[in-house]
Design a protein around this ligand. Sequence first.
Ligand SMILES: C[S@@+](CC[C@H](N)C(=O)[O-])C[C@H]1O[C@@H](n2cnc3c(N)ncnc32)[C@H](O)[C@@H]1O
Length: 327
Amino acid sequence: MGQNKKAAVFMMESSGKLLRMVAPLTESGHAPLGEENAEIHYLGQFIPLHYHHNMLMNEHRMSAFKAAIDYAVFEGARVLELGGGTGVLSCLAASKASKVWCVEFNLELVVESRRLLALNRDGHKVEVIHADAFEYLPPEPVDVVICEMIHTAMLREKQVEVIEAFKQRYRQQFGEQQPALIPEAVIMAVQPVQQVYDFFGFHAPIIQFQQPQVIQAGTTELAAPMVYSILDLSQPTARKIQWEGTFMLEADGMVNALRFITKNILAVVPEQASTIDWLIDYLVLPLNIPVKARAGDKLKVAFCYHAGGSLRSLEKNMSATLVVAAI
Ligand SMILES: C[S@@+](CC[C@H](N)C(=O)[O-])C[C@H]1O[C@@H](n2cnc3c(N)ncnc32)[C@H](O)[C@@H]1O
């Protein structure tokens, strides 16, 4: 069965809302791949099972979530996880929680998470529910909500929309007292860079991701990153992100890409005046029109996108222009 057909079957088993998101299949059995339609087949909405192994193996992600869950989930707490995947975060929460509701709409993952949870000591406290996180409400109030539908720059995955919709539904059903959220907030920054796009002699300015912990030999930082957005997820959060700022360049180079940096504040720990953070992989997007610049030049950077939007939607709506050349 082709990818699109499989996706359509998943969708049919899911809620009406998701059903509405699917374009009808063509005679060949393939859904027409418009941007919106293409996005729901990609990572985020349909993360294939084998990719979950990478998430389990990501030590930075896992250790940060474990620390935040250990901090926020108290003995006997009631926990909801939206987008449970393999059930790993729900299972970590279940070490102290009395009950965890774990919502997942990918049927393959629903089945797999039930199998995996049964292999773990606290798995019996986790109830896996095959439902859409945009619509599900737990049967009773919860103390903590975990949601890891996070992509760099809050693109692609639906964290912002899912949490926003959840807060509204929850308030209507259970009143003003909101549960703690993991993550609590997101800090996003942007940086002009010169990026090597030569691949064995093949020139390819192309989207790429970089591990923050690894020195990137092909990237020259032309200025320090600037924060362009701080989202406090406990507050009403708009999807539209629009920014314009001016960098004073610190090195000579060809500004041919923007690097997007996203730090997730999984928990704020006031007792230690600190936070538990997860720095997700950087996103480097090539600029349509590169700018040759020198140290001391002022560079205006502007972009606009929607949280949950495609990578392309940001790539198409960003620019860098020289405003003042160094003397
Ligand atoms: C990035 S993965 C995280 C999985 C798991 N929480 C973890 O940390 O390993 C996001 C998960 O959310 C699920 N998901 C995406 N949209 C969803 C929705 N609307 N309702 C329920 N689950 C959803 C995906 O199928 C995927 O398993």
